[in-house]
Design a protein around this ligand. Sequence first.
Ligand code: MIC
Ligand code: SF4
Length: 642
Amino acid sequence: MGYNLADKIIKEHLVSGSMKPGEEAALRIDQTLTQDATGTMAYLEFEAMGLDRVKTELSVAYIDHNTLQSGFENADDHRYIQTVAKKHGVWFSRPGNGICHQVHLERFGVPGKTLIGSDSHTPTAGGLGMLAFGAGGLDVAVAMGGGAYYITMPRVIKVELKGALRPFVTAKDISLEILRILSVKGGVGKIIEWGGEGAKTLTVPERATITNMGAELGATSSIFPSDEMTLAFLKAQGREKDFRKLQPDADAEYERVIEIDLSSLEPLIACPHMPDRVVTVKSLKGTKVDQVCIGSCTNSSLYDMLKAAAMLKGRQISPDVSMSVSPGSRQVLTMLSDCGALSDILSSGARLLECACGPCIGMGFSPNSGGVSLRTFNRNFRGRSGTADAKVYLVSPETAVASALTGEITDPRELGMEKLDVKLPAAFKLDDSALLPPAPADKAGEVEVLRGPNIKSIPEGKALTDTIEAGLTLKVGDNITTDHIMPAGAKILPYRSNIPKLSEFCFAVCDESFSKRALEAGQSFIVGGANYGQGSSREHAALVPLYLGVRAVVAKSFARIHQANLINAGILPLSFKDPEDYDRLEQGEKLVLSGILEGLETGEMTLHAKAGDIKLLCSFTRRQQEILKAGGLLNYTREGNK
Ligand code: MIC
Ligand code: SF4
């Protein structure tokens, strides 16, 4: 039996462990990336582990999330990241240079290499045939230090694309179609491998839109083959030498094959407040729109922007719509400006925002009260836009523009426009002046790391005891995202390097009094439903509960990155043996978890509750057991382990 694409790259990078699905594999990591909202923690952890120079082939620190500097906090954090990166051998991408995933695709991604990043959309690089994973900051810190990245070997699903997209139907609609088929839980424990004749028709930026939104499926990663399209993109970026052809073997086997006929797709839209609530755009025809945003790491390539500009040229957006455009990188913005397309965008009445995450993470441009916002982004979780009662829909740039022009949700095919004639350039404009190289190793000692007062220490994990007695301070339902656990937005993000302050906002979306209650309780349990911790990779969703004294989370099931972050923080992620036991637990009751140390090995523990004994399951690898016993990965690494 031949190898699929993902397994080929895994095989080349396997340090130890097994490639059997469900078992643990340790992978050598070639490249890492961080962004600023998770980066401060990752570098604090790197320093706390006593590591010196990075040992990867390439590590990059991007500033793209916290670019709204309404106080000293973000600016201080940028300075910290810039200096710590310079000292330890990490490239620095200056604020304004662009969104990490877009810039990484343009300037650094290499087919066949491995990449981990402290951001859940790191698999965007799979559009270039790279095997990329989103991870917590601690895992990235370990990889920067030369340590392996541990994954539970996923099963691989093949998506076989047939035919070609029709005009005004886009890569975003393919992303939404797979979300409709698989749901936000459907990718958990899987790698999604894209292929087929239809895949050959998609350019790298289109492929990247698709691999980007694999994160919304909960997938471990997503990947496309590396072929002529990949070569054309790398050539246009002046990086032909990075090309390597990569295809799955003809007789490769997959857990499941899903066929999508591109020629039968139509424009799709995800409704509030989950990316998998997908319907056709035409079924919502006529819904009034208040705001439209084009950008984010999903749809901010030059290709996307040129299409939007072509549709806006010579037209005016509706006076009732407020529209923003944020190009994904400085390369995209300068090229838009040079060819005149930027004027077409601005003359239409749209506003230009900087090349950063911006509204996607609630960093400005929040919608009006109860507003309907159409966004080309990847997440529409409740409250994420910064307006609690806004209704956020996810769409393609084409649907976004069509709706901005008419003021209501509009299928772009109904505008009667001619097919867009937009092609990628044969050569992109190359200017890497906003990418600052690290200091050479022999000069690293001279670099002073600058820390502002916003940078506080990391909470310490506690070594595991055999019994934990604590109250159930919070019970929540299914599909709790890390945006619920640790919200983002312009008011909260500046405290990403200040855990005590950040903790005041923990779970505020669900229960404003949780933070105070947990802190007063000293130690506590949380109970959740299915797919607990989906969404962002932010390890703050584990570090803050750790600070607040949470010792274990009991849920029906967990999302991959968050589960790893809980273990790294020394918090036990446990699941119900019988999911119906979820109903027998009541917020506020006292619980006793016993037989913990033995249970780590046997995979079973008992929770003594008011309603009786409840069996809990866990399946930790030997390494995870040791990490939990030590009270987290930081302690474990300090004890000399890797
Ligand atoms: C997101 O899209 O939610 C973020 C902000 O990029 C996060 C990282 C973070 O919370 O800092 C992610 O996707 O991992
Ligand atoms: Fe930034 Fe949004 Fe992409 Fe997250 S999803 S990296 S916030 S653009």
